[in-house]
Design a protein around this ligand. Sequence first.
Ligand SMILES: [Zn+2]
Length: 258
Amino acid sequence: MSINRQLAHHTWSEVAGLDKSDGVVILPIGAVEQHGHHLPLLTDTLIVNRMLDAALDALPDDVTAWVLPTLPYGKSNEHTGFPGTISLSAQTLMAVLHDIARSLADAGFRRLAFLNGHGGNSALLEVMAREIRAATGLLCFCLQPALFVDPPFPISDEERRLGFHGGELETSLLLSIAPELVDMEKAVRHYAEFPEMGTPLFFFGPASSAWLSRDWSEDGIFGDATLGTAEKGDALIAVAGQRLADLIQAISTFETTY
Ligand SMILES: [Zn+2]
């Protein structure tokens, strides 16, 4: 019989009795933040949930992995000024992650993986993974959203460099996941005029600038949303689901040398 992977569907006594020597607890983390005029605020949370479902479908039954309820809010202050964006402060999110990790460690779990759907969370999660490792003894991992957007189909060089928010890939994912929440008549194409030296030097390059989206995009979009299709979204999910499953399997038995 396959295990019930929804940790919060168990009772406390069942959790007490779980064999935790192998196995990883996965905490999905999303965001509620602007994604232009055509995508819902919940976009990143919907994406992370769908990616996790695809990964669990691809995960062999004998791999021990449990899933926590998704944390739907993240650190989204780069989208400040766009109504509907709900952002946890860095301090709040750090405290929440620490408290969840402490609770898992106290229950006897040995491994925690953040499954992150929002780029604005990434740096903080990397910091917190090490804080948690040192403070609680949990082995802590970061599965980052770059895993979700490595397309198995050609995209333009411009989209690859500048299409990182609400563009071709995220729009495709939402058209696959929740087409009823997408209004393609309002989809736009916007490539920010970032100063470049081959790559967007001050954004993700070696001199990053703590950018705010309102400084570079009136609509909140970075990329060409008009290129989104459900078929591309399906393809992204299939590739990412298998890749995530492989990583979860590897994490579930990960041990250090000493
Ligand atoms: Zn997003």
